[in-house]
Design a protein around this ligand. Structure first.
Ligand code: NAD
Ligand code: TDX
Length: 354
């Protein structure tokens, strides 16, 4: 069995590849353009394994993607390659439209051609899993509801709109061409190898450098957190046992305000790496993100009932593991920050204090 993983040098893609290589005897082809967010260092635990292959290719490049499919003959496609940071999509939406929408369209066409040329037996087993986000559903505000697989799409940011567009394309390729696709929509991930422009790693690294911890607006926005290895397990379960044409919401039932998350990080750092003044003194309110969604929350009932998936990590154990991982892997952080890292909208620069 051979998996083709797009975006495998990113945060979640690298967790998926580690999971497959360490827990199965399958082969994995990692197709990644290595943007500022893609780092082969994140795969150092598995990259010497002969079942792992790397192709530095842009998913928008149809000719090269055809060659990759022809050469590796994958049985499964896990599509994670994307521009993924909301703040960057506000500063410059172009790359988001190109990779997330046009790139997904090109990948669907390459996969469709490849699938149509497969033997009947292999064609019946082929699967294309498109990895999407809860942000496509938009803002829950302060109502109690959670997102189900039937929730209407109402994306707020250019990032969310580009992911929504990609989701629609993937479902259309199922309905019109019969391509055996499955879609997942997951909530916020956190854990090792998280690129330090996202809130949790940014706060940890800023704290260790004694820099302000920039909470957008009032800090009361709610995100639903899931440890990245639980997401990787969910994706493998869905691609193996999920129903073709279906959508599965993935989430940890772990709603926290951003202020709660940052306070929990400060408590852990005060315990694990104490400094003269508590890390809490670094918390700073800064100008809000334009169009900032107030609340996301996933109902993971379907994947739990139908596929038996449950998160294994609690927020408390997962966050502690994450902080310890960052404390022990500051050289990885320095490497990825040095690599072509444009300091745009990091929250520590250019933002007014509210
Ligand atoms: P990431 O930004 O850490 O990694 C993205 C990877 O895709 C990088 O390795 C990058 O080099 C690669 N890439 C970007 N453009 C490419 C292109 N044109 N061709 C080939 N490779 C390209 O992202 P992530 O946080 O790991 O997210 C992975 C996927 O999961 C995305 O589709 C994202 O929308 C989705 N998702 C993320 C989260 C989250 O909390 N991070 C939650 C739900 C869903
Ligand atoms: O400095 C910050 N201060 C702050 O208050 C940053 C970077 C973020 N925030 C807030 C904004 C959000 O409410 O924290 C929350 C989390 O922000 P991010 O880490 O940027 O994640 P988010 O915008 O929620 O999107 C993430 O989850 C869904 C991923 O980046 C997406 O790829 C995924 O689809």
């Amino acid at each position: 069995m051979k998996y083709l993983v797009t975006g495998g040098a990113g945060f979640i893609g690298s967790a998926v590849i580690r999971h497959i290589i360490l827990n199965t005897d399958c082969q994995v082809v990692n197709v990644d353009k290595l943007t500022y967010a893609g780092h082969l260092e994140s795969l150092r635990d598995v990259s010497s394994e002969p079942r792992y292959f790397f192709e530095e290719v842009d998913i928008c490049d149809e000719d090269k993607m055809h060659q990759v499919f022809r050469c590796h003959q994958p049985d499964r496609v896990l599509h994670l390659a994307a521009e993924s940071h909301v703040d960057r999509s506000i500063d410059g939406p172009k790359n988001f439209i190109e990779t997330n929408i046009v790139g997904t369209y090109r990948l669907l066409e390459v996969a469709r051609r490849y699938w149509m040329e497969m033997s009947r037996e292999r064609r019946n087993c082929f699967r294309f899993l498109h990895v999407s986000t809860d942000e496509v559903f938009g803002d829950l505000g302060n109502v109690k509801a959670r997102f189900s697989e039937e929730t209407r799409y109402a994306p707020s940011s250019p990032y969310a709109a580009s992911k929504a567009g990609a989701d629609h394309l993937v479902r259309a390729w199922r309905r019109t061409f019969g391509l055996p696709v499955i879609v997942t929509n997951c909530s916020n991930n956190y854990g090792p190898y998280h690129f330090p422009e996202k809130m949790i790693p940014l706060m940890i690294l800023n704290a260790l450098e004694g820099k302000p911890l920039p909470l957008y607006g009032n800090g009361l926005q709610v995100r639903d957190w899931l440890y990245v290895e639980d997401h990787a397990r969910a994706l493998c379960k869905v691609i193996e046992h999920g129903m073709v044409g279906e959508t599965y919401n993935v989430g940890g039932c772990c709603e926290k305000t951003n202020a709660e998350v940052v306070r929990a990080l400060c408590n852990l750092l005060d315990e694990l790496q104490p400094r003269e003044k508590s890390y809490h003194t670094l918390i700073t309110h800064v100008a809000d993100r334009p169009g900032h969604d107030q609340r996301y929350a996933i109902d993971p009932g379907k994947i739990s009932r139908e596929l038996g998936w449950e998160p294994m990590e609690s927020f408390e154990t997962g966050l502690r593991k994450t902080v310890i991982w960052f404390l022990n892997n500051l050289s990885w952080c320095r490497q990825v920050q040095a690599h072509n890292y444009q300091r745009t909208r990091l929250g520590t620069t250019g933002r007014e204090v509210a």
